[in-house]
Design a protein around this ligand. Structure first.
Ligand code: ACK
Length: 217
């Protein structure tokens, strides 16, 4: 009997390998801990708590992810738009199982999510869906690949899909020329964009080895 039809996964992406996975998790925890101690951050803690003067414990506020990845295509077992075309794309097939280096260029925090922004190479961009940005209202006009990120943590009740949307939101503000309060940190420069949105542009990108593959859950 013929093999059963191959099932389309939940999503495709680059999965961080060991020890890069641990290195990135540690850097993220360090950043969040440091952010929590900054006067500039405390001044705006009401963005997180809803109450003036109430401090937020960011480590309590967020639940960290154990294994990290950068989603390319959310296929939803074939139900998402373009899922079948992506699965059949020769570039996707050719790269399946290949290892490359992800370049993490920024960390960002909002009341909902913590993430790392990923800068994709030309080759990695070939695996990036054409509509990843244009399908999001408010993100039109942002360069292809802008949404690339690693979700590091989410607040209670928040789905991981929010991290990429939070990133696009911050990038749209940057594009409009909004440059909030700036704080120089050892790791880079930290900007505040209002409503609890913070982004640290890393002085030195973090390099992480990752395998292009898919996940069924
Ligand atoms: O952190 P993420 O990029 O956000 O990784 C997970 C992964 O797929 C498995 O859930 C992402 N994800 C979920 N729903 C969507 C969606 N509608 N569009 C793009 N990415 C999504 C989620």
């Amino acid at each position: 009997k013929e093999l059963e039809e191959v099932k389309i996964p939940l999503f495709y992406g680059w999965f961080l390998m060991s020890p890069a996975n641990e290195k990135v998790k540690c850097s993220a925890i360090d950043f969040v801990k440091t952010l929590d101690t900054l006067e500039a951050f405390k001044k705006h803690s009401a963005d997180f708590t809803g109450k003036a003067e109430k401090e937020v414990d960011l480590e309590q506020h967020f639940k960290a992810k154990a294994s990290l990845h950068c989603t390319t295509k959310f296929s939803n077992y074939g139900k998402a738009e373009g899922a079948k075309e992506y699965a059949q794309n020769l570039v996707v097939k050719d790269h399946f199982g290949s290892v490359s280096e992800l370049s993490l260029i920024a960390f960002f925090v909002t009341p909902r999510t913590v993430g790392a922004r990923v800068s994709l190479t030309k080759e990695q961009l070939q695996l990036w869906p054409v509509d990843a940005e244009s399908s999001v209202p408010g993100a039109t006009g942002l360069p292809h690949g802008s949404r690339a990120h690693v979700t590091l943590a989410c607040a209670a009740g928040v789905e991981a899909v929010q991290t990429g949307l939070d990133l696009l939101d911050i990038l749209a503000l940057q594009k409009d020329g909004q440059q909030g309060e700036l704080v120089e940190m050892e790791l880079g420069s930290l900007s505040y964009y209002g409503e609890g949105r913070w982004m640290l542009a890393l002085r030195e990108p973090i390099c992480a080895s990752a395998c292009f593959s898919s996940s069924y859950k």
